[in-house]
Ligand binder design. Structure first.
Ligand code: HXC
Length: 517
């Protein structure tokens, strides 16, 4: 064969690789409202930036007709490239070839992508669209998965790991995304350990794909997904957006970006954002959006445990992680799900040098048997653990209620917050005034002619003398009391001072703590 012929053969093989499972399958993918892996790649990485990893890999399985079913890449595209100029490692499963199923070599490509990302200190992005373990390859497929999981764990806390699910993600396959930092699901995707048929056979329950593990279920109920998007294109846009808030690895700072919003801007509307009646709700997202750089708040897990709000934002161009109680939902109580949501996010921020700004308005932990039996003690402990463990700058603003254990947990001074400030509306105490006076003035109230009027007076007295932020400030637990409109400026200034904070070396050496999971 002449060199010219060899080159044209190579070009032909490259074209073949792009066809995955063939034209018919590509059409089927489009009919299902999905893009192919190659189309997704083109939208994801900068043009001409992609370098393949194991481009001509093929499986070596025998039996079940596997000898005749081969494709270059073995049903997955993998490599490194750039996204808006930033280096990333990516893998994209190709559903058109054997349903994107994961055989030994397919898995090897993914595991190698994660390893490469770890070696280079760059984020790894996966786009999953797969029928799971390739049944024909048996235990070799499971070994492949095991290795992917291993490298996911090795990479955890070192490089950001983002997975977008754009099709099926079934069985043990769910655990690679679950080990990543963020899961994005398109509305057409689903994730489950056991599919509807197995569920029916095992426990007789009739359930659809969507009810079992559709994107809405995972975004709102299970908390498995961090974002839900309309379709593939929206998912890819979101990956790009999310990346703008993240450093490439745990020794880099997150990317600074000028936003043009004056960090000293004062927002007068904040001075009337808290209702006069302490029992009235308000949307804490209005507080967050008024304080951070305009339009930069990216909420994470928006639909899961909405009694807490988490997300990334910029303050004077610096990336921050925002954690807040949401008085508009369940009065902002902490519960099992919000504990998981908050603690995981705090740990993510801590791993990737993202300062944490907490907005506190919390009446306590949610009471009741369902919470107690579900282990709210164990789950709530995670928040305390995560805040105490975090060595990134931690600044807390007490907006209104700050009661009991929930006050301690939500980034209090006692868990190592660098700065804690309160608005004049803050109420900081062991419990809410109504509950407190019922206990300490039990006898007086029982004897009173007009107990309601007396209770009102006691509540007022308690609010003024005990729950007042001046009391906590007199002890030094609150560094300052702010006019709400000054908050943005204060946070920016303290953040600038804290950026070079290095606390991690003052901790006693240990292999790792035992987080109460
Ligand atoms: C081999 C698979 C496959 C698999 C799909 N295919 N899943 N091949 N192993 N796991 C093949 C199909 O045989 C078919 O091949 C092609 O991919 C397209 O699949 P269809 O079924 O035609 O597509 P669709 O109707 O869209 O259904 C998609 C699906 C369904 C819902 C994902 O294929 C399905 O239920 N697959 C099995 C899912 C599953 O139970 N996986 C194992 C989970 S256990 P042809 O010949 O038509 O081209 C697991 C353990 C992992 O993953 C453990 C890790 C620790």
């Amino acid at each position: 064969m002449s060199i010219k012929e060899k080159i044209s053969e190579l070009v032909k093989h490259r074209e073949e690789a792009k066809l995955g499972g063939g034209i018919e399958r590509i059409e089927k993918q489009h009919t299902a409202g999905k893009l192919t892996a190659w189309e997704r790649l083109e939208l994801l990485v900068d043009s001409d930036s992609f370098i393949h990893l194991g481009r001509f890999i093929q499986h070596r399985a025998m039996g079940f007709g596997m000898e005749k079913r081969r494709a270059y890449g073995d049903g997955v595209i993998a490599g490194i490239g750039t996204i808006n100029g930033r280096k990333v490692a990516v893998y994209l499963q190709d559903f058109t070839f054997m349903g994107g199923s994961v055989g030994e070599m397919h898995a090897l490509r993914i595991a190698n992508t994660v390893r490469t990302a770890l070696k280079l200190g760059i984020p790894v992005i996966g786009i999953n669209d797969s029928g799971g373990a390739r049944i024909q390859e048996g235990v070799d497929s499971l070994k492949g998965y095991g290795e992917i999981f291993y490298w996911n764990v090795m990479a955890s806390g070192v490089i950001p790991q983002i997975v977008a699910i754009m099709g099926p993600c079934a069985g043990g396959a769910v655990y690679s995304p679950a080990l990543a930092d963020f899961i994005i699901m398109t509305k057409r995707s689903f994730m489950f350990i056991t599919g509807p048929k197995v569920v029916k056979a095992a426990i007789g329950e009739e359930v659809s794909f969507e009810e079992l593990g559709g994107a809405e279920i995972h975004a709102a109920k299970s908390g498995v997904a961090h974002f839900i998007v309309e379709d593939d294109r929206a998912g890819i846009e979101l990956i790009k957006k999310l990346l703008t808030y993240l450093p490439s690895n745990n020794i880099e700072d997150p990317p600074y970006k000028e936003t043009g919003d004056d960090p000293y801007r004062e927002d007068e509307s904040l001075n009337s954002i808290i209702p006069d009646d302490p029992l009235k709700p308000y949307d804490v997202r209005n507080v967050i959006n008024s304080i951070v750089d305009r339009g930069t708040f990216l909420e994470v897990q928006e639909h899961f445990a909405p009694n807490a709000v988490i997300g990334f934002a910029r303050l004077g161009g610096y990336v921050i992680g925002v954690v807040a109680n949401q008085p508009a939902v369940m009065a902002g109580c902490l519960d099992i799900d919000s504990s998981d949501k908050i603690s995981r996010f705090v740990r993510f921020c801590d791993s990737f040098n993202i300062p944490i700004v907490t907005f506190m308005d919390v009446p306590g932990f949610l009471p009741g048997t369902s919470q107690e039996h579900g282990g709210v003690i164990r789950h709530g402990a995670k928040i305390i653990y995560a805040y105490a463990e975090a060595t990134v700058p931690k600044i807390t603003v007490i907006l209104r209620k700050a009661y009991g254990g929930a006050y301690i947990a939500m980034g209090s001074k006692h868990l190592g917050a660098d700065y804690v400030v309160a608005w004049p509306t803050a109420e900081i105490a062991v419990m809410g005034p109504e509950g407190a006076i019922g206990i300490i003035y039990k006898r007086e109230l029982a004897k009173a002619e007009n107990p309601e009027e007396l209770a009102k007076q006691f509540v007022e007295k308690y609010r003024k003398e005990v729950a007042t932020p001046y009391f906590s400030a007199s002890r030094g637990y609150v560094d300052d009391i702010l006019i709400p409109s000054e908050t943005r400026k204060y946070l920016y200034q303290t953040l600038e001072y804290l950026l070079d904070k290095r606390e991690k070396h003052s901790r006693p050496p240990r292999k790792h703590g035992i987080m109460p999971v």
